[in-house]
Design a protein around this ligand. Structure first.
Ligand code: ATP
Ligand code: MG
Length: 137
């Protein structure tokens, strides 16, 4: 059993896709182990995307992530880190495989509906960033 962090980004919440995105995960046999809705502060968003701090799109990415509420979840299942990445699709919706969340609903490479941890190390950091152990069911 593995855990990963998923975020429905502000565009997903704005487009009323919370229920549909959660259904995609549940229909794939993935369990929601924790869930909260938050509006991130600037420093929370900057800390979360710290690995991208030197990338040219960092400032815009932070602005986007604080532009509205997000839904933050811990997903649980076998190989859930890579399975979630497959279910999300490529970062750029133009390159995302048909049927993936980003192919179905994302508008741009930045406004791409969901975030998902990309490795076990990242998942551990990202889950701990938003959830304490007693919040994970
Ligand atoms: P995420 O980390 O959000 O799950 P990802 O792992 O597919 O997405 P990363 O390379 O980690 O993609 O980039 C993090 C986020 O930064 C992307 O999801 C997207 O919102 C934004 N981003 C990435 N590359 C670009 C770009 N070239 N222009 C604008 N925004 C970008
Ligand atoms: Mg990433």
């Amino acid at each position: 059993m593995e855990r990963t962090l998923s975020i429905i980004k502000p565009d997903g919440v704005q487009k009323s896709l919370v229920g549909q995105v959660i259904s995609v995960f549940e229909n794939a046999g993935i369990r929601i182990a924790a869930l909260k809705m938050r509006r991130l502060s600037r420093s929370e968003a900057e800390g979360f995307y710290y690995v991208h701090k030197d990338r040219p799109f960092f400032g815009e990415l932070v602005e986007f992530m604080i532009s509205g509420a997000v839904v933050i979840m811990v997903l649980e299942g076998q190989n859930v880190i890579s399975r979630n990445r497959e279910i999300m699709g490529a970062t750029d919706p133009k390159e995302a495989a048909p049927g993936t969340i980003r192919a179905r609903w994302a508008d741009t490479k930045q406004n791409n509906i969901v975030h998902g941890s990309d490795s076990p190390e990242t998942a551990k950091f990202e889950i701990g960033y938003f959830f304490s152990s007693i919040e994970i069911c």
